[in-house]
Design a protein around this ligand. Structure first.
Ligand SMILES: Cc1cc2nc3c(=O)[nH]c(=O)nc-3n(C[C@H](O)[C@H](O)[C@H](O)COP(=O)(O)OP(=O)(O)OC[C@H]3O[C@@H](n4cnc5c(N)ncnc54)[C@H](O)[C@@H]3O)c2cc1C
Length: 281
């Protein structure tokens, strides 16, 4: 069924005239305006909508799993939230539920190890993080949460350290806080550079010797190609764009278009997450 009207809670297409982001001041020349093929392919195993960190790491997993992936973005590559944030990578261990905290921590270690193993020049630096707590109420709630973590989730116990000693708070540069929670596992990173590196590598790994037949293209990136709607087609989906339509060959794909952040049509297997939802930063 064709979906052509916005439903409640759905966002419009990304604006083509977005504000300038500091983090784009040295953009990847390989990615700017990139279209792997002049025309869109007629079909792909999986179509990933959006080239931010979610879509990019989903595409990476899918390509490594043997699928051919078409990635469409309404704007330049990584021009959404991932290209606009300053990379505070900070699993909030003492606030979230333990299984979410563990998930965030796993993502933190995944990203850290991936960057280290590949020596990705994206300014990753593990710096730790301090959450200052202003009031007695906040301090007591945090103290209790850290106590429960120690008791029930020993694997997380040393990942959130409660501090209330005045001298220690001063050393942590929050002298006026009532207390603080230290997270040793937190880092800063330049997310645009990280994602651009992954996209560039995916493009470079294409087998261009067979690319003329389109058979060698395992990863096809098409910038400035908005997806306007999705249509169910048997077990597959038809992805509509102003430049033509693509049929996904992968059954069980789950579309989610127009929502706050475009997810891959099939995003299963993605490990990437910048620590947490942005709301608390
Ligand atoms: C200013 C700012 C600061 C932030 N700071 C932090 C932080 O310090 N730490 C942290 O962890 N998180 C932070 N966040 C949140 C974080 O950036 C996002 O959670 C994360 O980048 C989302 O990634 P994404 O790939 O899902 O979405 P995005 O990076 O937004 O990617 C979505 C992509 O989809 C494209 N798109 C959307 N609709 C369509 C369509 N219909 N057709 C084709 N393409 C489409 C967009 O153009 C975009 O490129 C911040 C966010 C902002 C905006």
């Amino acid at each position: 069924m064709t979906q052509s009207k916005l439903q409640d809670g759905q966002a419009e297409l990304p604006t083509p005239e977005s504000t300038h982001s500091y983090w784009h001041h040295d953009p990847s020349l390989e990615l700017l305006g990139h279209r792997t093929t002049d025309k869109l392919p007629n079909e792909a195993d999986v179509v990933v909508v959006g080239s931010g960190i979610t879509g990019t790491f989903a595409a990476k997993e899918l390509v490594e799993g043997g699928r051919n992936v078409l990635m469409l973005d309404a704007r330049e590559a990584c021009w959404g939230a991932t290209g606009r944030n300053g990379g505070h990578c900070h699993p909030l261990i003492f606030i979230t539920k333990p299984h979410i905290a563990q998930f965030e921590l796993d993502n933190y270690f995944f990203i850290r190890d991936f960057i280290t193993a590949n020596q990705i020049p994206c300014d990753w630096k593990s710096v730790g993080a301090v959450c200052g707590l202003a009031t007695e109420e906040e301090a007591q709630a945090a103290k209790e949460n850290v106590r429960l973590l120690r008791r029930h989730y020993p694997s997380l116990a040393d990942k959130a350290i409660y501090v209330e000693d005045k001298k220690e708070l001063a050393k942590l540069r929050v002298p006026s806080a009532r207390a603080a929670v230290v997270h040793p596992n937190a880092a800063k990173v330049w997310p645009y550079k990280l994602v651009a590196w992954v996209l560039e590598r995916l493009l470079r790994e294409n087998d261009t010797s067979r690319a003329s037949s389109a058979a060698g293209i395992r990863f096809n990136l098409q910038t400035t190609t908005p997806v306007t709607h999705l249509q169910r087609y048997g077990d597959s989906w038809v992805v509509h764009t102003p430049r033509g339509q693509i049929v996904t060959k992968q059954p069980d794909a789950r579309p989610d278009i127009g929502a706050a952040a475009a997810q891959g049509i099939q995003a299963a297997g993605a490990h990437a997450h910048l620590g947490n939802a942005g709301g608390r930063r």
